[in-house]
Design a binder for this molecule. Sequence first.
Ligand code: CP
Ligand code: NVA
Length: 336
Amino acid sequence: MLLTIPNLYGKSFLAEKDFTKEEFVYLIDLAMKLKDEKKHGIPHRHLEGKNIALLFEKPSTRTRCAFTVACTDLGAHPEYLGKDDIQLGKKESIEDTAKVLGRMFDGIEFRGFEHNKVKMLAEHSGVPVWNGLTDLWHPTQTLADFLTVKENFGRLEGIKFVYVGDGRNNVANSLLVGGALVGMDVRICSPESLFPATEIVELAQEFAKQSGGRVTITSKVEEAVAGADAIYTDVWVSMGEEDKFAERIELLSPYQVKMEMIEMTGNDKVIFLHCLPAFHDLETSYGKNIHANHGLTEMEVTDEVFRSKHSKVFDQAENRMHTIKAVMAATLGNME
Ligand code: CP
Ligand code: NVA
């Protein structure tokens, strides 16, 4: 595959809005190439000898493992620094920590709460910083989701991409702006009180104007899912808002992704996506707790949909690794 290469060397990856459509699509296509190389055992050690810091203030399975494996495949050394391992913002300011890490590491991944922290790390470290999720955006997730869409439909432009659920969380924000950036017909479907913030909708509308995409924000499920190519949902309660279960269950129960919703699309080829982890059965202590307190056996998606032929959630999870690899290679790698 021949790729036109935008120069992303030295650039941080904090949010979709900081990239052009060509740059964003290039990262997806590069991930496709790296995935193919990995499957065929072709080495791609674009980060030989580099050291990468992985900062996590919130727990993670996919993002942490994706960065770790991607570093190893690229020839770099990953160093995991959990919330109690360093003094970030506690005994040492973000600015000072960023300066120290930048003297030792060649790149930094950050997962945490305030988006401002990842911005400050990028501003003061002098090395590329990659956002592994903040309260505002989850851009490496968007890349993996769109790679999965491209693998299934061969394109991104014009894809009817429906996000159903909590319309103002990090994943919804990222998909809304990212989808508009690449020219999708993005539809966010949630109760009005969980509509995305006005400035995020306006940003998406601006991008859609340039890309030929479309943006719809609606509370009406039937209208949103008509003709959908992809239905996406995320947890109803994100990390850090665990006091909101009762109100979210009340608000979001009509937005649960079930087989009737899949059938309502009128498209037998529709795919179901979820960033994971998902609450779709009672096989977790978290699920059992919610069942005991609120009576639910499934939450944002039914087990039937989760395990159906429509579900591509584990392809998506794998694609986290290939796309994160592409981001690190493009912004820090020797791509000759
Ligand atoms: N989707 C995602 O970011 O998963 P983790 O929280 O496990 O990293
Ligand atoms: N919105 C979720 C995404 C998890 C990957 C959260 O922030 O908890």
